[in-house]
Design a protein. Sequence first.
Length: 405
Amino acid sequence: MKHRKSRKLHRRGVSTVLKNKCCIILISKSPTDGLGFLLSCGACISHYTRACVKYYNIIMTIAEFQTACDTIAQEYTEKIAHAADLAAVEELRVASLGRKGALTELLKNLKDFSIEDKKTAGPLGNALKAKLTAALDEKTDLLAAKEINEELNKVDLDLTLPGYPVAKGHRHPLSVAQDRMTEILSQLGFEWAEGPWVEDEKHNFDLLNIPLHHPARDAQDTFFVDSKMPLVLRTHTSNVQSRYMEKHKPPLRIMAPGRVFRNDSLDATHSPVFHQIEGLYVDKNVSMADLKSDLTAFMKGLFGNKAEIRFRPSFFPFTEPSVEVDVKCVFCQGKGCNVCKGSGWIEMLGAGVVHPNVLKNCGIDPNEFSGYAFGMGVERLAMMMLNIKDIRTFYENDLRVLKQF
C-alpha cells in the first residue's frame, strides 16, 4: 500500500495489532517500511483495508486490490462449493455480496483510486461480482433440484404413468342442430349473413312491409328498448335480409342464423328468447316452385328421405303468396300428442315469395327480380331431430340431459 504524508503516521509505532472479526492482523508500520500484514480471510482483508484508510491514512494499490479480489474469489468459491443447503448458500450470498459483504467493502476503496487506477480496478471488481453471482446461482439451482428429487423419492409415484382422464365438454344440442341446418343450407348454395340484435323499426318492420297497425309492432308481442329513437329487440332475423338487400344487388342467396326475442310465455313449444334461421334467394324468375324444391330438399336432408312434409297456405306481410311448412310429428307418428297438439303435424317454418313492396323498399326492381324467403326456429327443429318434447329442456342446463347429446 502507498501511504500519505501524515504526522499521525509518523507518531504511530513500528507495529500495531488490530483485531478484526475472526482474524488477528499484525501491522508493521513506518514511513519508509510501508505496510505488512497477516490475514486469513477475505472479509478481514476488506475490513482491514478500510481501517487502514480511516485510521492510518493509507491507500490500497492496484496490486493489493488484485490480491484481495483473488483471496475473496478463492475463499467464497470454495465455501459455495461446499454449501450443504439453500440456507447456507443464502448466508454466503449476504456475506460476499450483501450491503456489508466482503466484496462490497472492498469496492469502497475505488473512491480513493486515481482515474487511471479506477479503469483497472473497476473491471476487476465487476468480474469478481459476476463470478460469485454465477457460482451462487448455479449452487442454488443444484440444491433446489436436489431437494425436489428428495421429496419425490419420498412419494411412491410413477411420473411416467398417464394422467387421470379429464372430462371433455361438447357442443350444446342447439349448436349441434344449428350447425347441421346451416351445413345443409350451405350445400344448397346459401351464404352466412349476420345483423344486430337491437334493431330500429325501419329494418325490423318498415322495409319488410309490416304496417304500423300490425300486431307484431304492439308491446304485447315485441320488446321495445327505452331510448330516444324507436329500437326493438329483433323479432326475427329478417332484419338481416333488409340490410343485406340495401347493400347488395341480385343475385342474392343468404341464410341468417341468430337469436331473436318475442314477448311469448314460456311453455313446451314457445320461449321469449329463441334461435332462428332465415333464408333469402333473389334472382330473375324465382318462383314458388323453387321454394318448394329447396325446402323439400332441406327437410329431407334434416329428417331423412322418409320424412313427410306438407305445404299449406298462410299469410305474412313480407311474402305473397305465403305458406307454412309442417312435418309429421315424430313423437306420435301422426296420431296426435301434446307436442303436436293432437294434429299429428308440427309447424316447422313459414315461407313464401318475397313481396314486391319489400324488394322495392330495399332498392331492387320487382319487375326484373323476384325471390323467396323462409324462416325457421332452431329449437323446434332440434326437438324433432333429437326427440325432445319440451323446449325448456334446452335452457335448464341439466347435465343428465345434455350429456346424452
